[in-house]
Design a protein around this ligand. Structure first.
Ligand SMILES: [Zn+2]
Length: 68
């Protein structure tokens, strides 16, 4: 991972040098792509979190009364 601040800013989508008129992206396609990914992620994230109810819902065994 090479991050050079002084170098030409890159498009976060495809890594090409960004275009001034489409910044921070290199083209309108990448800009639309980022928006789609963002919109898609907004709906995908809650769905993924809600689809994992198997973890964290385990009743702890509290039977230490007749241990001695
Ligand atoms: Zn791009």
């Amino acid at each position: 991972m090479t991050d050079t601040p002084a170098a030409t800013p890159r498009c976060p989508i495809c890594g090409s040098p960004r275009e001034q008129r489409f910044r921070p992206f290199c083209s309108r396609a990448c800009r639309d792509r980022d928006f789609l990914a963002w919109a898609d992620g907004r709906y995908a994230i809650p769905a993924v979190e809600a689809e994992d109810p198997d973890d964290g819902e385990r009743p702890l065994p509290e039977r230490h009364q007749d241990d001695r």
